[in-house]
Design a protein around this ligand. Structure first.
Ligand code: AMP
Length: 454
C-alpha cells in the first residue's frame, strides 16, 4: 500500500513525499483511515512504529477539512488540537512532526513544556496556536494563569499514555480532561505501548466508542534488533565499555543508566577517555538537553548517556547501538530502551552489560519478552560472579584460593536454574559467595562492595 491510497490531502502527500517515505507503516495504514473518519482510537503501538505520523497526518487533515473546525478557527485563536506527551523531548519531537507534515498547510503549532520561560509560550498562544503539543504540568500552569483556553479543543491525543501513568500524571490528565469540551463533541486518540488494566480504565473514561488498533505484539522488541547480554563483574563494567568503544569503532551509542548521578559519572569517564559524550536526564536544563540531543544526532557526540525517562521518545534515524550499562528494574523499560534502535525496519544492536546483582532483572526481562537473550562473554572480562548461579563464583582460573567451589560455565542462553528465594538471589541482598579475590585476569580481582548504588 502507498500513502497515496489513504485519502490524504495533496498538501500532506507532498510533505510525506518530501520526507522520502513512500509506504505507510502498519500503524499508519490502520490508524489514518480511522482518524480521518472522525472516530476515536485506542492504538497499542510502541515508539519506532511510525505512530507519530499515524496520528499527525489525519489530525492535520481533520483540522483543515471539518466545517465546524473552520468556523471555530475564524472566531478563536485557542488550540483546536491538543497532544499530551509525558516528556519534553517527546513534545519537541511530536511538534517537529506536526511542522514537517503540516508545512504546506496554514496551521500553527507550539511545543509547551516546563523548565523554560512562560513568556514566549504566552506570546505564541496570543498569536494563535492550532495544534498544541504539551506536557501536562506546564499546560496546567498556563490554565491556572489563565493564559490558555482549552474550550476550543476538538481533537485530543494522549501519546505514550502508559508512560504518563508511570510518571504519575494521572491526576493532571484527569484535570485536563475536565477542562476540555464535552466528550461527545471532540475526537480522542490514545496511544500506548502497553495495554494494562489501568490504561483500559483510562481509555474507558474518555474514549467514545473507539476503534482499536494494535500493531506490534505487546512487549515484543523490534525484531530487527539483535540483543546480547555481556556478563561482567560490576567493577569492570566501565573498563569493558571503554574496551568495546575501542575495539568496535562505535560512533553513535545511546547508553542507559538507572540513575541521573550514574549517567553523569559515566559520561565524565567516557570524556576522560577521549570519547565525546554527554549525559541526558531530568536535572539538566532544557537548553543542555536540547544541545546534547542535537549534537548526538549530528554525530558530534559518540555517546549519549541517558536515564529512562529522559530518553523516552528520542527519535534518531538509524541509531545503530543501544547499551544498557545497567539493566532497568522495570522489565518494560528494557523494551522501550532497545526500541531506540532498529526503528522503522533499520538494523540495530542492543548490548546489556549485566552483573550478578542484576540477574533477577535479567530474568524478568527474559520472561517478559519470552526469549532467552544470547550471552556474549568478552575475552579478558570473564566474570567471577556468574549470572546463572545465585551465590557461587566461577572457579579461579589461576589457582588462587576460591573459598568455595565454583559453578563453572556461563550456560549460554540457558534460563537460570530456578532461583531459590532467600538464598542471596535477590539483587542487592548482599549475600555473596566466597570470593578469594584472584580472578586471573589483568586488572581483575577487586573485591565487590555489595552495593548497587553508583
Ligand atoms: P515513531 O514511532 O513515530 O516515533 O517513528 C519512528 C521512526 O519512523 C521515525 O524516525 C519516523 O521518521 C520514521 N517513519 C515514520 N513513518 C515512516 C514510514 N512510513 N516509512 C519509514 N519510516 C517512517
Amino acid at each position: 500500500m502507498k500513502f497515496t491510497e489513504l485519502g490524504l490531502l495533496p498538501e500532506l502527500l507532498r510533505a510525506v513525499d518530501d520526507t522520502g517515505y513512500t509506504d505507510p507503516t502498519p500503524i499508519q495504514r490502520e490508524a489514518i483511515p480511522v482518524v480521518l473518519q472522525g472516530r476515536d482510537l485506542m492504538a497499542c503501538a510502541q515508539t519506532g512504529t511510525g505512530k507519530t505520523a499515524g496520528f499527525t497526518l489525519p489530525l492535520l487533515q481533520r483540522l483543515m477539512t471539518s466545517r465546524k473546525d473552520r468556523l471555530s478557527r475564524a472566531v478563536s485563536k485557542a488550540p483546536r488540537a491538543l497532544v499530551l506527551t509525558p516528556t519534553r523531548e517527546l513534545a519537541l519531537q511530536v511538534e517537529e512532526s506536526v511542522r514537517t507534515y503540516g508545512k504546506h498547510l496554514p496551521l500553527t503549532s507550539l511545543a509547551m513544556f516546563g523548565g523554560v520561560g512562560m513568556n514566549p509560550q504566552i506570546a505564541a498562544l496570543r498569536r494563535g496556536v492550532d495544534i498544541l503539543v504539551a506536557c501536562p504540568g506546564r499546560l496546567l500552569d498556563h490554565v491556572n494563569q489563565r493564559t490558555l483556553d482549552l474550550s476550543a479543543v476538538e481533537i485530543l491525543v494522549l501519546d505514550e499514555a502508559d508512560r504518563m501513568l508511570d510518571m504519575g500524571f494521572i491526576r493532571d490528565i484527569r484535570k485536563i480532561l475536565a477542562l476540555l469540551p464535552a466528550k461527545g463533541t471532540r475526537q480522542n486518540l490514545m496511544f500506548s505501548a502497553t495495554f494494562s488494566d489501568e490504561i483500559k480504565q483510562l481509555a474507558a473514561g474518555f474514549l467514545h466508542d473507539p476503534a482499536y488498533v494494535e500493531v506490534a505484539r505487546r512487549n515484543t522488541p523490534a525484531e530487527t534488533v539483535q540483543q546480547k547480554v555481556i556478563p561482567l563483574d560490576k567493577e569492570r563494567k566501565k573498563e569493558a565499555l571503554l574496551h568495546l568503544f575501542e575495539t568496535r569503532g562505535w560512533h553513535q551509542v545511546l547508553i542507559f543508566t538507572r540513575t541521573k548521578h550514574g549517567a553523569d559519572a559515566l559520561s565524565r569517564t567516557l570524556e576522560k577517555s577521549g570519547i565525546r559524550s554527554a549525559a541526558l536526564h531530568g536535572n539538566k536544563t532544557q537548553g543542555a538537553r536540547v544541545r546534547a540531543l542535537t549534537e548526538f544526532k549530528e554525530g558530534k557526540l559518540a555517546a549519549l548517556v541517558a536515564t529512562d525517562i529522559a530518553a523516552r521518545g528520542i527519535d534518531i534515524d538509524q541509531l545503530p547501538y543501544v547499551i544498557n550499562y545497567e539493566l532497568p528494574n522495570i522489565a518494560e523499560d528494557y523494551v522501550h530502551r532497545i526500541g531506540r534502535t532498529g526503528r522503522a525496519g533499520a538494523e540495530g544492536e542492543a548490548y546489556s552489560l549485566v552483573c550478578h546483582d542484576e540477574k533477577d532483572y535479567l530474568k524478568g526481562i527474559e520472561r517478559l519478552i519470552k526469549k532467552d537473550l544470547e550471552r556474549l562473554v568478552l575475552p579478558g572480562f570473564e566474570p567471577v560472579m556468574t549470572l546463572e548461579n545465585p551465590a557461587k563464583p566461577n572457579p579461579p582460573k589461576s589457582g588462587q584460593g576460591q573459598g568455595r567451589g565454583g559453578n563453572g560455565g556461563q550456560g549460554r542462553g540457558q534460563p537460570a536454574a530456578a532461583p531459590r528465594r532467600g538464598e542471596g538471589g535477590q539483587p542487592g541482598s548482599g549475600r555473596r559467595g566466597g570470593h578469594g579475590g584472584g580472578s586471573g585476569r589483568p586488572g581483575g580481582g577487586q573485591h565487590r562492595n555489595g552495593s548497587r548504588h553508583h
